[in-house]
Design a protein around this ligand. Structure first.
Ligand code: PGA
Length: 250
């Protein structure tokens, strides 16, 4: 059984106090951690403070990291630094990193390997552009991103990877992929994992959906056997809407 997983990706929003207030409200709302794994991906500067309000089961993810151990890389943050601040997860390959900051599959792969070697869990984001969907090459794009992102990730390391399928045209646009579209892509991703690894790994890997997830569509998305969770941007910034999303199981 794959345990559902929901993470709020704050992107470049919330200062430290605002972040702490949001986390306190959510943690106090009694989300059933037996039923779901959940947590937050705050900006780097808030991670250490926010950790103080979380328990061992919570997910505390960074939104990015660099692949070297240390050195002259102005502006970058290492895996060890994230771990020392309390992170247990890191989001890698988010479409905003790919498309605004020019991250390539090769860079993302180096980050994935480094994060896993250091003991972090990875949320590897993949997803097609609208033009790729219109050209009917969305599956090819997504499976290529997975093959390249996971290059060198062996059978034991893959257990610490979660895939987030986030069609770029659905992120922050209010447009959600239909349950059927998401389900179809999640199935292809799972088959691809079976080819790269084995049936067992494919059965166990968690595949989240992201892209305009909100209280109004979470139940429908989570009713699919193939959708194991959600990476939530905009709707994770308000306690009320994120709590409704987290309590989709009620
Ligand atoms: P959104 O963002 O929920 O605001 O569409 C999702 C994401 O980018 O992870």
């Amino acid at each position: 059984m794959r345990k559902p997983l929901i993470v709020g990706n704050w992107k470049m929003n919330k200062d430290i106090k605002e972040g702490v207030d949001l986390v306190k409200a959510i943690v106090n709302s009694k989300i059933d951690q037996e039923k779901i794994d959940y947590g937050f991906a705050p900006p780097f500067v808030s991670i250490y403070e926010i950790k103080k309000y979380l328990n061992e089961k919570h997910i505390l993810a960074a939104q990015n990291m660099f692949y070297e151990d240390s050195g002259a890389y102005t502006g970058e943050v290492s895996a060890d630094m994230l771990i020392s601040a309390g992170c247990n997860f890191v989001i890698l390959g988010h479409s905003e990193r790919r498309h605004i900051f020019g991250e390539t599959d090769d860079m993302i792969n180096k980050k994935v390997i480094q994060a896993l070697n250091k003991g972090l869990n990875v949320i590897l984001c993949v997803g097609e552009l609208l033009s790729e969907r219109e050209a009917q090459c969305e599956e090819e794009t997504v499976l290529r991103q997975i093959s390249l992102g996971l290059k060198g990730v062996d059978n034991s390391m893959i257990e610490k990877v979660v895939i987030a399928y986030e069609p770029v045209w659905a992120i922050g646009t209010g447009k959600t992929a239909s349950k059927d579209d998401a389900e179809k892509m999640h199935k292809s991703i799972r088959n691809h994992i079976a080819k790269l690894y084995d049936e067992d790994k494919a059965k166990n890997i968690r595949i989240m959906y992201g892209g305009s997830v909100k209280p109004e569509n979470i139940k429908e998305l989570m009713s699919s056997e193939e959708i194991d969770g959600a990476l939530v941007g905009g709707a994770s910034l308000k306690a009320e809407s994120f709590i409704q999303i987290l309590k989709y199981y009620e």
